[in-house]
Design a protein. Structure first.
Length: 475
């Protein structure tokens, strides 16, 4: 069926950025019919969010695109500081750590946003989904039973609608949900994707240049012939035309204007930090930049948005396909809004030079301890913690066991009798031991966090029902 003829869907997703596409992939593998609409005629063309944090790499691996991300991206280059056209010193701009059993990705991975979106769209199509490009939302109405999205191609009725349509979200404005925040930096900035003459600048470093004319950085983008250019303007307004970008490079670096052989894309912006006052209005939910807008300095915006999608996808799937009560969706805002607020603060401090790009930017330490879906503890872990990777005593990798849209009941070092489940919903795995976990039972959510933990199965039954889960009767 042609997308433009669809009149009903389980979920309408407004916006085909990384957040909307990741959500579409997660819903598709759960058998949820999602219609993604994008007002632009094609995917966003620029590099913009180019850093994939280690936790997001874990998410993308689970969604089935880890290989493509690895193939098309690369590690962040070491910064090279220039002063008045002369090389000064190298300075690493990120915390790097060697991969471990528990944390298989130790550093940010560079991948231009347009490539991330291409990879996710290809995966979405593999799963049977697609995007309706050139389709704008003009309004919406909701009632107790669903949402009617008024699109330029006609109305669509769905059970839920997700706003993933960016910082100027049409959906958020239609709902009257306010954004509160601040200007991170009063100076405007320019970002562009450019190509540089081969003999003019090497691709081994992230070139950071400063002088009397101001700051400018050129970062090579792995898997492409492009550099991302970022410049700050203490006075005046950025000229985003190709001629303006070339003149800017000539004024602030040792390069000549002719050394910029192509200007592929450019835009200007003022860094700001803003958070939606709520992430839900009835059957409409906000995700990604529609819910929180970051300074790009910390590399948190795209990553936080993808993880919004990862949190929301399984919950929509349980409500729409597994009989979980709609109240489960209330946990989305409860879990994600505090994290978004923390990441906004982190991005702002990094932009202002008040904090380094350390371990916090990798998002591996984030979790939901004390949240509405976190109950109990066992061994070395609390409920709400990220479920670490590792090897079982039998040699199996845990992330391979967790991979997919199911829950996992992991029994470590215990021989107690366990309930049986439909294998599509909960997969039970026993192991004699796993160093990162210690002894106990751990119910791992589809988004890789421990929901329930205990030394035995007592109390687990009461936790399962609100998630749309129940043991099956043994024959």
């Amino acid at each position: 069926m042609e997308l433009n003829n669809v009149k009903e869907a389980d979920v309408v997703i407004v916006g085909a950025g990384p957040c909307g596409l990741a959500l579409g992939c997660d819903l598709a593998r759960r058998g949820v019919r999602a219609l993604i609409v994008e007002r632009a005629p094609a995917l966003f063309p620029g590099s913009r969010g180019k850093g994939i944090q280690p936790r997001t790499r874990e998410v993308l691996d689970d969604l089935g695109v880890g290989g493509a991300v690895r193939e098309h991206g690369g590690p962040a280059p070491v910064g090279l500081v220039w002063q008045d056209g002369r090389r000064q010193q190298e300075r690493d701009m990120f915390r790097r750590a060697a991969p471990t059993e528990a944390e298989p990705y130790g550093e940010p991975w560079m991948l231009p946003q347009w490539r991330t979106q291409e990879i996710l769209l290809a995966r979405l199509r593999e799963l049977g989904g697609d995007v309706a490009f050139g389709t704008a939302l003009t309004g919406l109405d909701q009632d107790a039973d669903g949402v009617t999205a008024r699109l330029t191609t006609g109305p669509v009725r769905s059970s839920y609608l997700v706003a993933a349509d960016g910082g100027r979200s049409t959906v958020r404005r239609a709902l009257g949900i306010a954004m509160t925040g601040e200007a991170v930096d009063p100076a405007p900035m320019l970002v562009a994707d450019v190509r540089v003459a081969e003999d003019a600048l090497d691709r081994l470093n992230w070139h950071v240049m400063s002088g009397e004319e101001g700051f400018l950085a050129l970062c090579p983008l792995p898997g492409t012939a492009d550099f991302q250019l970022v410049a700050r303007f203490d006075a005046g307004e950025p000229d985003t035309s190709p001629e303006g970008v070339r003149a800017l490079v000539a004024a602030r670096t040792h390069l000549a204007a002719r050394d910029i052989t192509e200007v592929l894309w450019s835009s200007d912006f003022r860094p700001r930090a803003a958070l939606a006052e709520r992430f839900r209005d009835g059957r409409v939910l906000l995700a990604g930049d529609a819910a929180h807008v970051h300074s790009p300095a910390g590399g948190q915006g795209l990553n936080t948005g993808v993880q919004d999608a990862y949190n929301l996808g399984w919950k929509l799937g349980q409500v729409l396909r597994r009989g979980a009560p709609a109240a489960l969706l209330g946990s989305y805002e409860d879990e994600r809004r505090p994290i978004a607020a923390d990441m906004l603060g982190l991005s702002t401090r990094i932009h202002r030079g008040e904090q380094e790009r350390g371990a916090a930017t990798q998002q591996l330490g984030l979790g939901y301890r004390g949240g509405p879906l976190s109950v109990g503890r066992a061994g070395a872990l609390h409920s709400g913690d990220r479920a670490p990777d590792g090897r079982t005593a039998e040699g199996r990798r845990l992330f391979d066991i967790f991979r997919g849209p199911h829950f996992t009941l992991l029994a470590v070092g215990t021989g107690i009798e366990l309930p049986a489940f439909d294998d599509d919903l909960v997969r039970v795995h026993r192991t004699d031991g796993c160093e990162a976990y210690g002894k106990g039972l751990f119910l791992v959510r589809p988004d890789g966090y421990i929901g329930w933990a205990g030394e035995d199965a007592s109390g687990m039954a009461g936790y399962l029902s609100p998630l749309g889960l129940a043991p099956v009767t043994r024959c």
